[in-house]
Design a protein around this ligand. Structure first.
Ligand code: UD1
Ligand code: BG6
Length: 371
């Protein structure tokens, strides 16, 4: 049921304040003034000790689910104290990459049925790793066969391009980081700030959704283009990959997400006055580096669109030709949840303007159950 919306993708983008609320329901505990703020993930509570003692946490997924894990990686590294590595499911299986008994392998999948992810899961299981699932689908293969896990509870997702599942996956993995991190005094203030940020997140997403018309205007400007680049780094490297993936999947437009730190090592050769480039430069420890990237792209006459935190438009914009997307600022590790929304809206409007099928893009399936 699409309700008042024209397409499922549109509905699913706009219902993110509600889906995020459901994802967190009953799992965040914010007591009175003397009661500690904590996280409770029922599906993991008996396994946290094992996860904390593991030698490594390996995230495994495909497409958007992989990108969600990549977005959560920095906060997992920071709070868990355990090394975190990333594997694209098919690549892990192709390489028969090393997986050990001392590893925790986390399988991220909206459908819980993706063949590549299931094969990687069977491989990790054979190698003796603790296998954790993060899925949206109760009763799916991943949910049933993993040792333990978390349902993201985002509600059914119909559009082939994943939107609300992505933001709920990131929130679950941020909660996972909090749960693994335990109650060390040294990180207490940080943990409490993240929990406050999680409580506030649905409202911030509601706020960023107001950019809908602005993103439609941007889509009009970009719809005739052949190609689009998206530069991000740190917490928002994943936002660049996921934003570009959305544009590729539904608008059928060539689009690449790139690590801004790699700009000088190749991508800079592509920059001219025609190729549109989105640079994500919201406030975090990478902000100064991103403003330098903007200057360098501007010096080469790059056609820039900058995403920045509210109030930063004047300080990030290198000139009048630069378009700016201002988004609400949230706790740094949660910023990817806010920042992806304008890019989801952009991909949606590009597709509708071009007259393509936004809910069922050509050649793609919601759940790829063959290799
Ligand atoms: C569970 C109930 C929820 C109830 C709540 C009350 C289910 C599906 N969830 O939620 O309805 O309101 O208790 O306390 O009945 N699991 C895996 N692999 C996965 C995902 C989950 O093994 O990929 C396992 C978990 O380890 C857990 C079970 O499935 O044993 C349910 O997981 P989840 O729904 O996340 O647990 P709760 O949030 O506690
Ligand atoms: C498919 C979908 O390729 O599988 C993507 O078209 C999705 O949108 C990917 O991200 C992974 O799916 P899942 O269900 O494992 O998260």
């Amino acid at each position: 049921n699409k309700g008042n919306y024209e397409h499922y993708m549109q509905k699913e983008i706009h219902e993110q304040p509600e889906s995020l609320t459901t994802t967190m329901r009953g799992r965040l505990i914010r007591g009175g003034s003397c009661k500690a703020k904590t996280v409770l993930l029922g599906g993991l509570k008996d396994h946290l000790k094992t996860i904390r003692r593991s030698r490594r946490i390996v995230f495994v997924g495909c497409g958007t689910s992989y990108n969600a894990a990549l977005a959560a990686r920095p906060i997992l590294e920071e709070l868990s104290g355990v090394p975190v590595t990333m594997e694209i499911a098919s690549d892990l299986v192709d390489r028969q990459g090393p997986i050990y008994r001392e590893d925790t392998a986390v399988f991220v999948s909206q459908s819980g049925e993706t063949a590549d992810t299931l094969l990687a899961f069977e491989y990790a299981l054979e190698n003796g790793a603790l296998c954790v699932g993060i899925t949206n689908t109760v009763g799916s293969a991943i949910a049933r066969h993993t040792h333990c896990g978390v349902h993201i509870n985002a509600g059914a997702e119909i559009g082939v391009a994943s939107t609300k599942a992505y933001t709920s996956q990131i929130v679950v993995m941020a909660m996972l980081a909090l749960a693994i991190g335990g109650d060390a005094i040294s990180s207490q203030a940080r943990r409490e700030a993240i929990i406050d940020g999680l409580f506030d997140l649905p409202n911030r997403v509601r706020e960023v959704l107001k950019l809908d018309h602005e993103m439609k205007d941007l889509a009009k400007l970009l719809m005739a283009e052949q190609s689009l680049l998206v530069f991000g780094r740190g917490y928002n490297y994943a936002t660049a990959l996921e934003g570009a993936l959305k544009v590729k999947e539904v608008a059928l437009m060539h689009s690449e997400g790139m690590l801004a730190g790699e700009m000088k090592h190749g991508p800079l050769a592509l920059v001219d006055e025609n190729l549109p480039i989105i640079v994500i430069a919201t406030r975090d420890t990478c902000f100064r580096l991103q403003t330098a990237v903007i200057q360098q792209l501007h010096a080469r006459k790059g056609r820039l669109i900058v995403m920045c935190s509210k109030g930063d438009a004047a300080s990030v914009s290198p000139g009048e030709s630069c378009r700016v997307i201002e988004v609400p600022q949230v706790e740094d590790c949660l910023q990817p949840v806010v920042n992806i929304v304008p890019l989801q809206l952009l991909a949606y409007h590009l597709t509708v303007l071009k007259g393509y099928n936004v809910d069922q893009p050509r050649n793609l399936a919601k759940s790829v159950t063959t290799q």
